[in-house]
Design a binder for this molecule. Structure first.
Ligand code: AMP
Length: 138
């Protein structure tokens, strides 16, 4: 398995499941981690990657899921602090080249900036998209 193609998605939320399926269809080797096995039901039929049950707050889970072999780690659990911690650990300890953190609380952006972590602020993004659809009236 080439490191370039190896992606780990953490949190099988709707967003995580869609991302994992999309990347899998694009030919990436995807592993998706969730602490709740039932969450994997959200994956579409065209997902051809691996599922890993575990709590990503535990460093052992990250080691067992071989984050050190990943080129990209995307943390999209429902908890900003967990996403931040995971991406920081993956970047600093496991030397993952690219990490991406989902935020829902815009006040945490400053932390990502301080730690040099790439982030997507999904609530802000939604507002911008709504605004685009209704023509900038928000
Ligand atoms: P949602 O609440 O739909 O945004 O989904 C968030 C997903 O992240 C759920 O499937 C949770 O089980 C998962 N999740 C939350 N915390 C962790 C964690 N520490 N490790 C792994 N998965 C998690």
């Amino acid at each position: 398995m080439s490191k370039e193609k190896n992606v780990i998605v953490i949190g099988c939320s709707r967003l995580g499941a869609n991302l994992a399926s999309h990347l899998s269809v694009l030919g990436r080797d995807v592993t998706i981690i969730d602490k709740n096995e039932i969450a994997f039901r959200k994956l579409s039929d065209d997902f051809s990657g691996y599922t890993f049950v575990g709590d990503a707050e535990n460093i052992e889970t990250l080691m067992e899921a071989r984050v050190d072999k990943a080129h990209l780690v995307i943390a999209v659990t429902n908890k900003d602090n967990v996403n931040l911690m995971i991406t920081e650990i993956c970047s600093r300890i496991f030397k993952v080249e690219k990490v991406l953190c989902r935020l829902q609380d815009s006040s945490k952006e400053i932390l990502c900036e301080q730690f040099n972590i790439n982030f997507i602020d999904t609530s802000k993004l939604s507002v911008l998209e709504f605004e685009k659809v209704i023509g900038g009236l928000l």
